[in-house]
Every structure is written in structure tokens, then in C-alpha cells.
Design a protein. Structure first.
Lengths: 493, 339
């Protein structure tokens, strides 16, 4: 099967052999999902052809069903089954065995389902409702459904993100089992360990382009990270940091053993006053999740958190705000902006929430604050009453930044503050971060671009697979050092 | 021996059944002297609620698919008025009229279902429009406020007593009175059985559960979600029309205000019977018991004699709260056990 030349993807070849497990890797926006959507008929593509074993000529998939009929099945990250139906029904719905009078033959359906489950060595009572089983089993039942439809190609789109180690191992056994039956598997994940545990080959994409197709032996971890992030080792040059390292000795945040089940394992983290600390790691490694725990957006379930020397019980973001904290979320469409409110209202939002609903901030004051930040951050807007959805992405980002700055926080979490905005604005935001730190504010800075972090951060915490695995500071803070830390040790881990 | 699976939906149904039995037994003990122990009292609950049972079957189906239909009460009223005026003013044959009423139900459901499934409009809004339309139509068809049926065939059908050969009692004059059912009850029970079988044993029925469980998954699994949603609304309106005929057989008249709030009775019966408002869980047997519970409440209030009938509403409200809280608790427990 090959797949050359798509525009949002550019000129990408992808080959999958029979009985091969191939990892599809790449950072956000690399084009992984676009590639998969093209393969499964969700997206149309302008150029290029797909060939599938056993079918003459290029194939065209009208939709996912069509792709499924041709033998390409996809199992998505979220289990796409119906929790309220029995396991057997989930396996056979839409293609149930029928009786002579045209009703569903439940006996036959349950028998075949049980057979399928035992073939895959799954211990499941097929008459029970799907919701009785763990996510891992549900995931495997979803795969079983795909397999039973005579799939030649199985696409697993981040199937492991909600599974624990034991469950992942079960899934891998099943994948190996399928592989030996000649099924080709495309495995999309961002867990490096898992790639090396189960895959035969790796295809790396970046910015919609093919970086390369590798055999697993030829691509050690560090090289894989480099391939994904787009830096060759040869031209790694240390970048001079612009901020100075005058960090106060006083701690602002002191986290000990904090965690949130399912997203981030227990971590310790100290943040000094006037310090910019970077959280680095691949997408999904727990960068945002760590920050969310500190901010109280996800409840801290273990450990203690001290803010400014005092133990703090943060149960919700409002508690955090009252302690002088602010969070700029990475998904500004979903979590940040309120499109139908004006720039002024968006800026004033957090301040008003902090003041409480009864202490309405006077309109005049609101205008003053809004104007002040539009000036300070050079937000390009027709007026302070313009609806925020009419602004460009970069300016929206500035408005949200202004929202938090208006509350005059001592501590700010900036999650991907520069994603999707132009270089000029990026530099401005980086400068602003450094300036805020100089004023004695503490900042958590999260970004996928290592260069940017090197320029702004005093210290970096490295995360991998939902766990904080180390800290880097001083001389180790180079691109190479960070990539090595992100990639982790050998495969024995 | 087949093991009975204990799942939250079953527990809810079990609680409903137990509650019904408790209430009825309590009624028998407290109001024994007022005839509560007679089989006829129970049958009267069925007779009085035959129309509601049919309607509630349809409502349950729609709720299982994750939708809602609040037009059914008005559809019942419109049907009754159409039947009454048709027989009295237009002097039409009652059989023809009943067939017409069923056809009207189909068309009504087809239109509502199309708007909901294919135009993707909120079911609440679409069926609210349906509610106003049908209620308005009821008044438009009607010349007076009330139209009383005197058609021979229809009257005969309405008065037919299906006597049951046991469980009778001797009245004050010493005559033996045998318990009886009406035709409408038979129709209602057939509706319950047929909907139950459709939901459990046909592709269409299982699709309803799948769509109600997770619409996106259902479509990814290759089910025709739109068609399923359209059909549930067609079936619901059709059942509402059958309910309308049953209702008319009971009341023998058409009035502009009758069956007001019947859709809410249907929804509350379904919820008390264990159907989740979010869809995917429940069945019509539960709904049937739900209707019986509602009927028992009004019978109890009536038997008391001192309470005004509105107390029935208050008791229903308390029960509804109880069941909704119970559902929420089960949902929470399930969530907990997953982590």
C-alpha cells in the first residue's frame, strides 16, 4: 500500500507490509491524523493514490464504511462503542445474524461473540453490558470488532492513552497475535517506550511532510525525537539565553507528591519567585496536566502543595485565582476565549470572577483596564468593543494573556502561548514572559518548541509518559541535552 | 438455571416493581372497605390509563434513542376531536375515521422525525411546535368546546365488556359482579408487547439503543442514525394516535382541553419505569409499571376521599425526584468503580 502526494500532507509516501506493525509518529500538526483520514476516506485527497493488496488499481474510499468493506478498519482513541449494549451486540450490531422470521438471532450472536473472544484469549462474558468492563477491555473489544470484519489493515489511533501498563501489555499481545495472522497494523502513539516494545518500523512525519521511513533497529530514541522535532544533531547550536538568572531564593510554589489519577503521576516541583520554569516533553507526556494540577483545574489527589510558604487547598480554579495564580490554556478556542464577547469583556472576565459576582467592576474602570492592556500588549483590534472572534489568532492569544495580567497574578501558567501565531508576536510574548519574571512573578512555560523555551526559561522539568522524570538547568540546557532527557534511557526502561 | 444479571438498569426496574407492589398492598390494607382489594379496582387503573400506556410506549422509544417528544398529548387530543367531530358533524364511518387518525399520526411523526433527524433540529423544539399545532388544530376542528360521540359502532366498541370469569365480588344487593376489561386495554397491552419485542429482537430496536447509547459510535459502527431517529418519531406518533383512539373510547368525546399534560405523564411513567432521559437504558415493561404506579397513586388519593386530586401530582413529583436521584447515584457509583 502506498500513498503519495497530499496537499495538507505534502508528497508523503506510506508503506505498510503484511504482518507488520508500523508506528506513525510526529508532533502536533505533523499530519498524522490527516494521513489516517485520507486512508479511511474521511478526507478527500487531491493527488496521489492508495493501493491495497488484492485490489487492482488505486482504491477510492467514499467513507469509513467503504474503507471498512475494503479491509481498512480504525480503532480510535476514545472507545467508539455503545456502553449500554451487551458485548456481543457491540461486536455484531449492524450485521447481526438473523432468524428466519427476520428478528435478531441472539443465541447465534452470543455464540459467535463468545467464540471470537476466546480466539483472542479475552475473558469476557459477552452477554454483559460493555460498560461493565474496563477501558482496556473495551478497547480490545473494539479491536475485535474491527478484526472480525476481515481487516487487512488495522489503524490504532492512540489506543493506549487511557490504559495502564498491564492493560497495555495485553493489548500488545493481541497486536502481535494479529500480526502473526498477517494483519498490517498502523500504530499511532506518542509513548516512545511502547513504540520500541511492539513496532517493526517507524514512519515519522513533520509539518505535513515525510521525514522518513525507518526500521526500528535503525532509529534509536534520541534520533527519533530529533526526527520528530526537526533538528539534526549536526546543526545543534547552543542558543544564548536572553534573560538573566537572577532568581529569588524564595519559593512560590512547593509541590510534593502531587498527582491526578490517569493524567499525571506523583511529582515534586519547586518554583521560585521570579523564575520561569519550562515543562518539556512530547505531546501527551503530561506537560499540561502537571500545570493543571497545580492550578486546581484537575484536583490534586495526593501530596501537598504550598503556595507562598503556606499549605494551600486548591479545589477549583477560583481558589487558585485568589492565591494569585493564573492559567492560559493551550486550547484557546475551547477553554480560553468567549467568542461572542467583546475584547473588553474578555479581558475583564478573570478579574470580575475574582471580585465575585456582586462587586461589579464599574464600566469606566473596565474600559481603563482594557485600554491599558490593548496598549501594553499592542493588541490589534478596531476598538475595545470588537468581538474577540473577529481578531486574529495571535491577538486573541494576547487578549487572554491580558485577562490574566489584569488580575495581577504572582504566578502564571502559560500553556503553548505561542502556538499558531506569527514570529513577530511570538517574540513579543517571549519578551513579555522574561519581563514578567524580572518583576518577580513566577511562570510555568509550556511549549513544543525547544528553542523558544531555551530563550525564556531558567530551568526545565522534563516529562515522559505522564511522569516527571527530571530537571535540567544551567549548562545542560541545550537542545541536545533536552532531547536526550525527553527520549529517556534505553529500551530497558 | 440462568443467572440474572444485576445491572443498574435492572435494579431500577426491580425497585419500580417492588414499589408498585408495596403501594398496592398498602392500598389494599388501608382502603379494604372501599373496594381496593377487588380485582376490578386494578382493572380500572388499566382501563383509565389505556391511552396513556400506548402513548408512553412511543415516548419510551423516543427517549431510548436519546430524544424527547412532547407533542403526543396534543396529538391524542387532536385525534379525539377528529374522531368525535368526524362522526358527529361529517357523519363519517367510524372505521374510516380510525384509519385516517392512524395515517395522520404517521404523517405527523414523519414530519417531526424528518426535522429532527435530517435537519438536525432540537427534538424539544420540533415537538413543541407539534404540540402547539396539534392543540391548535383541536380547537380549529371543533365547533363547540365539546363534541360528544354517539356513533353506534363506536359506542358499541366502547361499551364492550370483556368479562373475566373469576375474581368477582358480591355487591350490597347480593348480586355477583364479575370483573371486566375494555377493548382499549387489550389494544394497550398489544402495544406494550409489540414494542417490547421490536426493541429487543429487531435490528431497528437494537439500533435505537445504540443511537441512544452513543450516537457517534453508532454511526461509526455503520448504523443509519438518521433513519433510526426518523423511524422512532414515526412510531411514537403512530402509537400516540393509537393512544388517541383508546382515549376516545374511554371518554367518548372530544374537548379542546383534554389530555393536557399527557405527554408529561408519559415521560414521568417512563422515568419511573427506569428509562434514562439521556437514552440507551430502559424498556417498555418498566414504563408499563410506571403507568400503573401513577394510576395507583390517583386511585389511592381518590379512595381517601378527603384529599383533593392534586395530591396525586405531588406524590408523583416526589416519586420522580426519588427515581432521578437514584439514577444519578447509580451513575456516580459506576463512575467510581471505573477509576
Amino acid at each position: 500500500m502506498s500513498f503519495p502526494g497530499v496537499k495538507a500532507l505534502e508528497d508523503v509516501d506510506f508503506t505498510l507490509k503484511k504482518g507488520e506493525i508500523r508506528a506513525l509518529m510526529g508532533e502536533n500538526g505533523a499530519g498524522k491524523s490527516t494521513l489516517i483520514k485520507c486512508l479511511t476516506g474521511v478526507n478527500k485527497f487531491q493527488a496521489g493514490e492508495i493501493y491495497l493488496d488484492g485490489i487492482e488499481g488505486p482504491i477510492v474510499n467514499k467513507d469509513t464504511m467503504d474503507a471498512q468493506h475494503k479491509g481498512i478498519s480504525t480503532v480510535y482513541q476514545e472507545v467508539n462503542l455503545c456502553p449500554n449494549l451487551s458485548v456481543a451486540e457491540n461486536l455484531f450490531i449492524g450485521r447481526e445474524p438473523m432468524t428466519k422470521i427476520g428478528t435478531v438471532n441472539r443465541k447465534e450472536m452470543n455464540r459467535r461473540a463468545a467464540e471470537l473472544m476466546s480466539n483472542l484469549e479475552l475473558d469476557v462474558d459477552v452477554t454483559k453490558n460493555l460498560e461493565e468492563y474496563s477501558l482496556a477491555l473495551q478497547q480490545m473489544i473494539a479491536i475485535a470488532r474491527a478484526v472480525d470484519m476481515d481487516s487487512k489493515v488495522l489503524i490504532l489511533d492512540e489506543p493506549t492513552s487511557s490504559l495502564d501498563d498491564h492493560e497495555v501489555e495485553k493489548l500488545f499481545n493481541m497486536m502481535r497475535n494479529l500480526k502473526s495472522q498477517g494483519v498490517g497494523i498502523i500504530f499511532v502513539t506518542h509513548f516512545l517506550e511502547q513504540v520500541y516494545a511492539v513496532c517493526d518500523g517507524i514512519t515519522v512525519l513533520r509539518n505535513g511532510m515525510l521525514v522518513g521511513e525507518y526500521e526500528i533497529e535503525d532509529l534509536p530514541r534520541v534520533k527519533l525525537v530529533a526526527a520528530m522535532m526537526g533538528k539534526d544533531f549536526d546543526d545543534l547550536s547552543a542558543i544564548k539565553k536572553e534573560g538573566d538568572d537572577q532568581v529569588s531564593d524564595e519559593l512560590f510554589i512547593e509541590a510534593k507528591g502531587c498527582s491526578h489519577a490517569g493524567t499525571i503521576k506523583p511529582f515534586d516541583l519547586d518554583i521560585h519567585k521570579g523564575e520561569v520554569i519550562g515543562l518539556t516533553g512530547l505531546l501527551g507526556s503530561g506537560r499540561s496536566e502537571l500545570a493543571r494540577v497545580i492550578y486546581g483545574a484537575d484536583k490534586n489527589q495526593t501530596g501537598t502543595l504550598k503556595v507562598d510558604g503556606k499549605e494551600a487547598h486548591i479545589n477549583q480554579p477560583l481558589d487558585a485565582m485568589k492565591l494569585g495564580m493564573g492559567l492560559l490554556p493551550d486550547d484557546r478556542k475551547a477553554e480560553g476565549i468567549i467568542g461572542d464577547l467583546s475584547v473588553r469583556e474578555n479581558i475583564i472576565l478573570a478579574l470580575q470572577a475574582k471580585a465575585g459576582p456582586l462587586n461589579k467592576i464599574p464600566y469606566k474602570k473596565q474600559c481603563e483596564i482594557a485600554d491599558q492592556f490593548i496598549e501594553l500588549l499592542q493588541i490589534k483590534t478596531a476598538s475595545r468593543e470588537t468581538l474577540i472572534k473577529q481578531l486574529s489568532g495571535g491577538n486573541q492569544q494576547k487578549v487572554i494573556l491580558a485577562r490574566w495580567l489584569a488580575t495581577n497574578p504572582d504566578f502564571l501558567v502559560l500553556d503553548e502561548p505561542t502556538r499558531g501565531i506569527d514570529i513577530g508576536t511570538k517574540t513579543e510574548i517571549q519578551k513579555l514572559v522574561v519581563k514578567l519574571a524580572e518583576e518577580g512573578k513566577s511562570i510555568i512555560f509550556i511549549s513544543s518548541e525547544i528553542e523558544e523555551m531555551l530563550r525564556t526559561c531558567n530551568r526545565m522539568a522534563v516529562l515522559r509518559d505522564g511522569q516527571k522524570v527530571g530537571e535540567i538547568s544551567g549548562n545542560e540546557m541545550t537542545q541536545e541535552g533536552i532531547m536526550k532527557a525527553i527520549a529517556g534511557g534505553g529500551s530497558d526502561e | 438455571m440462568k443467572k440474572i444479571k444485576i445491572q443498574s438498569s435492572n435494579i431500577l426496574l426491580l425497585i419500580t416493581v417492588v414499589l408498585f407492589i408495596c403501594m398496592y398492598t398498602a392500598g389494599c390494607v388501608v382502603y379494604a372497605n372501599k373496594g381496593f382489594t377487588h380485582l376490578q379496582t386494578f382493572l380500572n387503573i388499566l382501563i383509565n390509563n389505556a391511552g396513556l400506556i400506548c402513548v408512553a410506549c412511543g415516548t419510551t422509544m423516543v427517549m431510548l434513542s436519546g430524544g424527547i417528544d412532547i407533542s403526543v398529548g396534543s396529538v391524542v387530543a387532536m385525534d379525539c376531536m377528529f374522531l368525535a367531530v368526524g362522526m358527529e358533524e361529517w357523519k363519517m364511518n367510524s372505521i374510516t375515521l380510525m384509519i385516517l387518525v392512524l395515517l395522520i399520526g404517521l404523517v405527523f411523526g414523519l414530519f417531526q422525525g424528518f426535522c429532527i433527524a435530517y435537519l438536525d433540529i432540537q427534538p424539544f423544539i420540533v415537538t413543541m411546535a407539534g404540540l402547539f399545532f396539534a392543540r391548535g388544530m383541536t380547537a380549529v376542528i371543533c365547533k363547540d368546546q365539546v363534541s360528544i360521540v354517539s356513533d353506534k359502532l363506536f359506542t358499541a366498541l366502547s361499551n364492550t365488556k370483556l368479562t373475566i370469569p373469576f375474581g368477582g365480588y358480591v355487591n350490597k344487593k347480593g348480586a355477583m359482579i364479575m370483573p371486566f376489561l375494555r377493548v382499549s386495554v387489550i389494544v394497550a397491552i398489544i402495544c406494550v408487547i409489540v414494542t417490547y419485542l421490536i426493541l429487543k429482537y429487531t435490528k431497528f430496536g437494537r439500533s435505537i439503543y445504540a443511537v441512544g447509547g452513543n450516537q457517534q459510535s453508532a454511526s461509526l459502527m455503520g448504523l443509519n442514525v438518521k433513519k433510526t431517529r426518523l423511524l422512532t418519531h414515526v412510531v411514537a406518533s403512530f402509537l400516540a394516535s393509537i393512544g388517541g383512539i383508546c382515549y376516545c373510547l374511554n371518554t367518548m368525546c372530544g374537548t379542546t382541553t383534554q389530555a393536557t399534560g399527557l405527554e408529561m405523564d408519559a415521560i414521568s411513567s417512563a422515568v419511573i419505569g427506569g428509562t434514562l432521559l439521556t437514552g440507551g437504558v430502559g424498556n417498555v415493561l418498566g414504563t408499563f409499571v410506571g403507568v400503573l404506579i401513577n394510576g395507583t397513586i390517583s386511585s389511592l388519593v381518590k379512595s381517601n376521599g378527603k384529599l383533593i386530586s392534586s395530591w396525586a401530582n405531588i406524590i408523583t413529583a416526589i416519586l420522580l425526584c426519588f427515581f432521578i436521584v437514584l439514577q444519578a447515584i447509580f451513575a456516580k457509583i459506576k463512575e467510581r468503580s471505573k477509576l
